[in-house]
Design a binder for this molecule. Structure first.
Ligand SMILES: [Ca+2]
Length: 438
């Protein structure tokens, strides 16, 4: 009798455990590099075929006002900490190979937090958050499994940057043949296939595509012979990236995990050379600028049965928001004893799933000595400082998404209000680790 009672209790406990585990999704976070706002079909692109991305986006919600930082390293720092990169000293430039700094070691990463919550954590792709000492490498920053490269801008075929083969598996340099987009997809698929299923996984897949150098196997460019050379190469690179995303989704489905897997897709910054190589229309500017074309990117989130399908959402969000949102979904802790440094990100789950407004009154787009911007409601203040002085621009994004009309002179009160809000953030910035160009 006593024994059967114990078994009953154990059975009940196991059932509760299984329910909790079933509700905690696997997370596949795919980050594209330098992809233009309107390059993929799901965000208005018509020149380049992206059927896999479009399908996955249709099955979820497209985020039309999703913000990142204007460059590679800062966006990755923001995603992995839930904190604006001005707090890490990463608000200027990127982390160049062998630079004597990285994402500060006191930062708790998203991988740390999800691993603490019982997740298996893996990165396949580009790190770009510090390489000069091993403590800064992904295996030391919360990832159980790490594959890919530490620097940015490596050669897609030789995997060399600055004369060094920049290709690793769990801290060991590996020499492998292949196009990086193919290799990253192959590893991501392998991680999914070999996953035991006893705990959920966080799979972070930051492709180096479609960042320069513009390189792609010839066959991917064939449908795009009518495009100018650089655009043709970019089209091929995006087609390869799209195929890779299709393979990752297929691996999740073959494993029977589709219903408990959350997919997130985003670019890490706006497209460079907009209008010539990438397409950020209808946004102004591109990579490395604080115009919308630099910081508002193509993005979506898909989880069958949880995030509404076939919808576009215009509520402003920032990539820092995924940290608290995902940690909460994973059943992890954001309590001060675990999360010692204050988060800038907010939980966007009610906005994604239940029609709640954006959790942000304001979003800081960057705060550096030479450039800064803030969005407050529909208004945006953009500041640029040069030796000649300060350029002040004010836009109303609800009426002017292309930022054509600078309203600073006509709305000086609004400039004053937004500047005061901006300065409150800027006062919290750590000294930048790169020297700003004035
Ligand atoms: Ca980038």
């Amino acid at each position: 009798m006593k024994r059967s009672w114990i078994f009953l209790c154990l059975g009940a406990l196991m059932a509760v455990g299984q329910t909790a585990a079933a509700e905690r999704p696997n997370i596949v976070f795919i980050l594209a590099d330098d992809l233009g706002y309107a390059d993929p079909g799901f965000n208005g692109g018509t020149q380049i075929h992206t059927p896999h991305l479009d399908k996955l986006a249709r099955e979820g919600t497209v985020l039309k006002s999703f913000y990142v930082q204007p460059l590679c390293s800062p966006t990755r720092a923001a995603l992995l900490t839930g904190r604006y990169p001005m707090r890490h000293g990463l608000q200027v430039g990127v982390i160049t190979p062998r630079a004597p700094f990285g994402l500060p070691l006191e930062e708790r990463t998203l991988a740390d937090a999800l691993r603490e919550a019982g997740y298996f954590t893996a990165i396949c792709g580009k790190w770009h958050l510090g390489d000069f000492r091993r403590e800064y490498w992904p295996n030391q920053r919360g990832f159980d499994h790490a594959y890919g490269h530490l620097f940015g801008m490596l050669d897609y075929f030789t995997h060399i940057r600055n004369g060094i083969v920049d290709w690793y598996r769990n801290g060991e340099r590996v020499v492998e043949e292949g196009y990086t987009t193919h290799l990253i997809a192959r590893e991501a698929v392998r991680v999914i296939r070999e996953h035991g299923g006893e705990r959920p996984f966080f799979l972070y897949v930051p492709f180096n595509a479609v960042h320069t150098p513009l390189q792609v196997p010839e066959e991917y460019m064939k449908p795009y012979q009518h495009l100018p050379e650089k655009r043709r190469k970019l089209a091929g690179m995006l087609a390869a990236l799209d195929e890779a995303v299709g393979q990752i989704v297929a691996a999740v489905e073959e494993k029977g995990l589709r219903r408990n897997t959350l997919f997130v897709f985003s670019s890490d910054n706006g497209g460079p050379n907009p209008g010539r190589v990438t397409d950020n229309s209808p946004l102004r500017g591109g990579k490395a600028t604080l115009y919308e074309g630099g910081v508002r990117v193509c993005a979506f989130a898909t989880w069958d049965g949880h995030i509404p399908a076939g919808r576009q959402l215009d509520e402003p969000m920032h990539i820092v928001d995924w940290f608290p949102t995902l940690v909460k979904l994973a059943g992890g802790s954001l309590a001060p004893d675990k999360q010692k440094l204050p988060l800038d990100g907010r939980d966007i789950w009610p906005t994604l799933t239940a029609g709640a407004p954006s959790p942000h009154q304001e979003i800081l787009l960057n705060a550096a000595p030479n450039a800064g911007a803030i969005r407050v409601g529909d208004w945006k203040l953009k500041l640029r400082r040069t030796r000649e002085g300060e350029q002040v621009e004010l836009f109303n994004l609800a009426h002017d998404i292309a930022e054509k009309n600078n309203l600073a002179a006509a709305h000086s009160d609004k400039v004053k209000e937004l500047r005061a809000r901006y300065e409150r953030w800027a006062a919290q910035a750590a000294p930048p680790k790169n020297k700003p160009k004035l």
